[in-house]
Ligand binder design. Structure first.
Ligand SMILES: NC(=O)c1ccc[n+]([C@@H]2O[C@H](COP(=O)([O-])OP(=O)(O)OC[C@H]3O[C@@H](n4cnc5c(N)ncnc54)[C@H](OP(=O)(O)O)[C@@H]3O)[C@@H](O)[C@H]2O)c1
Length: 371
């Protein structure tokens, strides 16, 4: 397995510094994009110096924010009609300069495919979109290489744990000479919320609708229920740990039935009831053992170089640290050379537009400050 290269932040920032003041460009005006604009507005009002917006964009239109009020640009974009004909707002990134900061609050694979290109041009990328470093290994390696080439930063704290210090802790442990030996955790705030709320009596599908309406799930809740979202997060954590894990090497057990997995986008809501009977049976079996259901990602790195990676539902013993927490809490245990017997445990809210947007702004501020 190859090690994933990552550039120390201060060196990258120094390399990407320009004579121009940096500007922000935002892709995505949904839950997270909207919360990002609101947080920037609030910080600016509190006197925190933030770069100006160069433009904001969604899949339908781009707004150059000429009045300098991003909240108004957000409203205009949200009201924009579907774009007639082919529309590629990301190509507008051509107008960005070295040192500008592109914020990806979309879930677009096409946009994520551009992360490496922007970084190579010295444009910093701050992302909630996991498809940059959490998709195929070649793209993740291209992102790492482009940071070195362009001297720009890749702010990815929002991609796993919505800003909890998971990636940072793993990178710090490695920088301190530790090998990451294992990682296990609840990486999906939406699935954590679902398993926390589910009582075996009311239909599981009703809770899925509530989680979707509260903005806890991915835009398509099947991304969460299939385990795909968690697979991407485990890939991002593994790669931060220096393990070039590929998606096919992660054994994923999906909660979806074949019919729900195959349903067209418009038919998803009606097909959610397919989840109810299998989840009821799983819940009853766990209750019999006084266990608690959780959706768990595991990565085990053996001394002989062997890797085992799994994602799926598990019945957890009450004493298991991963069974603690509530609501949308993520809980992650990290074993390394120094934390060999007792793991480092990190827990906290890991879903929701507010914490995710806060993580984006934190990364942006770190880049602006050159930290
Ligand atoms: N919600 C959370 O708790 C959470 C937590 C961690 C990470 N995330 C990640 O944050 C991202 C955004 O999530 P969300 O809940 O805000 O999703 P959302 O509400 O569906 O918003 C997605 C936005 O992306 C825009 N978009 C799609 N394709 C685009 C393109 N090619 N160019 C520019 N914009 C494009 C969409 O445009 P239209 O409006 O035109 O459709 C929409 O405005 C996702 O990657 C998600 O995985 C979310």
């Amino acid at each position: 397995m190859n090690n994933v290269v990552s550039l120390p932040l201060p060196a990258a920032v120094a390399a990407a510094r320009t004579a121009h003041p940096p500007r922000i460009a935002l892709l995505g005006t949904g839950n997270v994009g909207g919360a990002f604009v609101a947080r920037c507005d609030a910080l600016r009002a509190a006197g925190v110096p933030l770069p100006a917006f160069a433009w904001l964009s969604n899949s339908r239109a781009l707004d150059p924010c000429v009045d300098g009020v991003p909240g108004l640009a957000l409203e205009r974009l949200r009201a924009a009609p579907p774009h007639p004909g082919p529309w590629s707002p990301w190509v507008e990134a051509e107008s960005l300069r070295r040192g500008d900061i592109l914020v990806d609050a979309s879930a677009s694979d096409l946009v994520a495919g551009w992360h490496g290109e922007w970084l190579a041009r010295g444009i910093h990328v701050v992302t909630a979109n996991k498809l940059g470093a959490g998709a195929d290994g070649e793209r993740a390696r291209a992102v790492a290489r482009a940071q070195l080439e362009g001297g720009a930063c890749y702010g990815d704290a929002a991609t796993v744990g919505a800003g909890l210090p998971l990636l940072r802790s793993i990178r710090d442990l490695r920088a301190g000479g530790d090998r990451i030996r294992a990682i296990a955790g609840v990486l999906s705030g939406s699935l954590a919320w679902l398993f926390d709320r589910y009582d075996g009596r009311r239909p599981f599908s009703g809770f899925v609708r509530q989680a979707r309406d509260a903005g806890y799930t991915e835009p398509d809740p099947r991304e969460d229920l299939s385990g795909e979202d968690v697979r991407r997060k485990l890939l991002i954590l593994a790669r931060a740990a220096g393990i070039a894990l590929e998606a096919r090497e992660v054994a994923v057990e999906s909660l979806l039935t074949p019919a729900l997995a195959a349903a067209s986008h418009d038919a998803v809501d009606a097909a959610l009831g397919d989840l109810d009977a299998p989840l009821r049976a799983r819940y009853a079996a766990a209750c019999k053992r006084s266990a608690k259901l959780g959706f768990i990602a595991r990565l085990q790195c053996n001394d002989d170089g062997g890797i085992r990676a799994t994602v799926g539902p598990e019945a957890l013993d009450g004493a298991d640290p991963l069974a603690a927490g509530a609501g949308t809490d993520n809980r992650v245990a990290i074993w390394s050379d120094r934390y060999r017997d007792q793991p480092l445990l990190i827990q906290g809210p890991g879903a929701g537009a507010g914490v995710t947007a806060a993580a984006l702004v934190d990364d942006l501020l770190r880049i602006v400050a050159g930290r």
